[in-house]
Design a protein around this ligand. Sequence first.
Ligand code: FMN
Length: 413
Amino acid sequence: MSSNTSKAFTPLTIGPLKLRNRFIKAATNEGMCKGGIISKGLAAFHERVAEGGVAMTTVAYCATSKDGQTFVDQAHLSQDTIADFRALTNMVHKHGAAAQAQITHAGSFTFLPKDFSSMKPISANGGFNKFGVMTGRYMKKKMDRADMDAIADEFVRAAIHAKESDFDAIEIHMGHGYLLAQFITPFYNTRKDDYGGTIQNRMKFPAEVLSKVLDAVGKDMAVTVKYSQTDGKEGGNTINEGIEIAKILQSTGAHMAQLSNGLNVESIDTMFGNPLPKTSVKPKNLIVRLGMMMQPKSKEPDSEFKQLYSMPTAEQIRAAVDMPLCYLGGTQTMDNVNKVMNEGFDALGLGRALIFDPNLVNALQKGSIRNSGCTACNQCVTLMYTPGGTACLEEGGHKGHAPELNTTPASAA
Ligand SMILES: Cc1cc2nc3c(=O)[nH]c(=O)nc-3n(C[C@H](O)[C@H](O)[C@H](O)COP(=O)(O)O)c2cc1C
C-alpha cells in the first residue's frame, strides 16, 4: 500500500496504455549502444529504473534507420535489433513498468563518417550543412515530397519494429533540432512552399508522420510526442508557436505530449535549465568532443539552475489544450512533483534525477526521502560517450555499471 497519497502515484491511461503511476523516465541517451548494439548495460539501466518504481521508462535516441543516426554508437530500430530490444523490454516488464521507444531521425544533425551510409544529409532546407564540417558532409538536401513519403514510411517501420520488440509506447522526437524539429523551427526551415512559413505549414510534415504512426500502431501502443515548447534561440520558435504545436498534436490525435525545450547545439541551456559544465569529462572520439565544444558552457555549473524551469511556458500550454501532457524539466523534490500535479499535468518526466537515483520514485512513495539529491551538475551529459556510458559523478549518485556490459548484446546468454 502506498504511504503517499499524491496524485502522482495514481494510474494514468494514455491511448491504449494503462500506466501504474504518473512518473515517466524521460529519454536520456545512455551511450550504451556501442556500434549500434542494444547492450546488456542499456537493458540493466532500464531494468533498474523500472524496479525503482517509474510507470514507464523511455529508451532514448532509437533512430528510424542507419541513415537517421547522429552518431555511429547509436541504436536504430530494425529487424536485426528486435531480439535485443525484446530482452530489454522483458526486463522492464518484469518489474511492472512499461517501456517506450523514442524514435528519431537526425536529418542534417549527423556526425556519421562519410562511409557509414551513402546518404547526403536531408533536412527541411538544402544548402550548407554546418554539422557536416567535421565529417565531410558539407551539403544537405532539401527534402522533396518523395523524400517525405520515404521518411514517413521509415518512422512507421521503426514503430512496427518497436511493437515487435514488445515496447508499449512510441515517443516521436519532434524536439531538440532533429529532422522533424528542422521542419518545425523557423531557425532551420525557411521553405517557401506548403511546408514552410506559418507554424501550421511547418508542422504539416511532422503531423503527417504522427498520423501515419498512429494509423499503423496507435490501437496497440501509446503514441506520444516530445517537442520543444520554445527554441530558446533568436529566430526560433517562441511559446506562441509552442502553443500552436500542442493544438496541432491534439487535433492529430497524439496520446500525450512531453514538453521539452531548446535545441541541442544552439540552446542546450534552454533544454537543461542551465549550461553544460566547463570542466567536464572529455570523450575520446574527436568528433563527439568537437561537437560538445560547440555547446555553451558555464563557469559555475549549477549556479543558474532553477527547479521546474519549464513551468512558465508549460503552464501556458496546459491552459491551451485538453490532451494529456507530460511536464518535463527540473523536477527534483516531492513538493515539486505535487506542484506539477496541481498545475494539471497528467504525467511527469524525469531525466537527471533518475540518473542520480534510479530508485527515486519508490523512495518518494515510501517517504524515505523528499529530495532527489541531484544538483543538475550535468556531468552525466558529458559521460554519455565514455565507455561506461551515462552515470552520476556526484556524491551519493549512481555510479553506473561495468563498461564491458555496454559491448555485450542484451539477448546474449
Ligand atoms: C545524459 C542525458 C542525455 C539525454 N539524452 C536525450 C535524448 O537522447 N533524447 C531526448 O529527447 N532528450 C535527452 N535528454 C534530455 C532529457 O530528456 C530532459 O529533457 C532533460 O534532462 C531535462 O529533464 P530533467 O530536468 O528531469 O533532467 C538527455 C538528458 C541527459 C541528462
